[in-house]
Design a protein around this ligand. Structure first.
Ligand code: ATP
Length: 307
């Protein structure tokens, strides 16, 4: 018998290449059609046996992450334990590189990573479909963090279909903002903006983006990026306009606010162009810091401690 003392899982950040938002539903959520894209900016979480459940967090933005049962990783542990009531206690250690409340779904990623790690630690034997179902109960973006790659999300984002596309790697520059945006506040700003306009139609998948992804042509993908939340994010965080404009002036193929923001993402034509763009953007003083990442990246995966 193999004894596993700790399992470490790496989980990617996500971008939304398209985020189409429908009108608010009776339960307060919005129906979405989105194209998720996982990128190579990773959090790492380790699950180890412990007398009782706990969590510790270090790294980027750790002071803004709850270190109790509100942590999304511990919520995921509880959701998995509901399926395995005799599972023992676990301590989860999170090393964050994905900035917090940045529109990159780091919290959802940590939840997905905790599911994968505890499933291994407890020999749960749950396969991807069962884990995806548990993930959807924890949060809207958690199931995608399990899957990774590029995928269309519907409903609240939890109904996923992998996008069929050639094995193109896209080169991104991420500009992290000096500040944060709360996802519910951005949706509320969108609802206020829309109350002054006509009622939005049901959201639909953008055929131009899907055909760009099938072609693997970064230029076409750059032109087809879209985010219905962007005007709302810009209204709450006007400085992002400058960041987006600077990236486009510096030659990005496309630019958009990631999810609910405030991270701005830029598509570059090659790894070298991404390097140049990252250097110029950080010199332009239009963001707190920059990072480069490529996508699509794999979903939550065990990197050590597998049995
Ligand atoms: P979204 O998934 O809505 O795009 P986001 O990427 O903007 O969210 P997250 O970094 O996921 O933001 O954090 C959203 C909130 O969740 C934060 O306010 C944070 O305090 C809380 N949170 C709970 N657990 C975690 C976690 N493990 N990592 C990061 N944030 C967490």
């Amino acid at each position: 018998m193999t004894i596993v003392t700790g399992v470490t899982v790496r989980v990617p950040a996500k971008l939304n290449l398209q985020l189409a938002v429908g009108p608010p539903r009776a339960d307060g959520y919005h129906d979405l059609v989105t194209v998720f894209h996982a990128v190579s900016l990773f959090d790492e979480i380790t699950a180890e046996p412990a007398r009782r459940d706990g969590v510790s967090v270090s790294g980027e933005g750790a002071d803004r992450v709850p270190a109790d049962g509100d942590n999304l990783a511990l919520r995921a542990v509880s959701a998995l334990r509901a399926e395995m009531p005799s599972a023992p206690g676990v301590h989860v250690t999170i090393a964050k590189r994905i900035p917090v409340a940045a529109g990159l779904a780091g919290g959802s990623g940590d939840a997905a990573a905790a599911l994968v790690a505890c499933n291994e630690l407890w020999a749960g034997g749950f396969g991807p479909p069962q884990l995806a179902e548990i993930a959807a109960r924890v949060g809207s973006d958690v199931a995608f963090a399990l899957l990774g790659g590029t995928a269309v999300g519907r409903g609240r984002g939890e109904q996923l279909t992998p996008a069929l596309a050639p094995a193109t790697q896209y080169h991104w520059v991420l500009a992290f903002a000096d500040g944060h945006l709360s996802t519910p506040e951005v949706y509320a700003a969108l609802d206020r903006q829309r109350a002054r306009e006509q009622v939005p139609a049901e959201p639909g998948l953008d055929p131009a983006l899907m055909s760009a992804l099938r072609s693997g042509d970064a230029r076409l993908v750059g032109r087809a990026l879209s985010n219905d939340l962007q005007p709302a994010a810009l209204s709450l965080f006007p400085a992002l306009r400058k960041t987006l404009a600077a990236g486009l002036e510096l030659g990005a193929l496309g630019a958009l606010v990631s999810g609910s923001g405030p991270t701005c993402v830029f598509l570059a034509a090659s790894a070298d162009r991404a390097l140049d763009l990252a250097a110029s953007l950080s010199g332009a003083g239009v963001c707190r810091s920059v990072a480069r990442a490529s996508g699509p990246a794999p979903g939550a995966a065990i990197i050590s401690g597998a049995r």
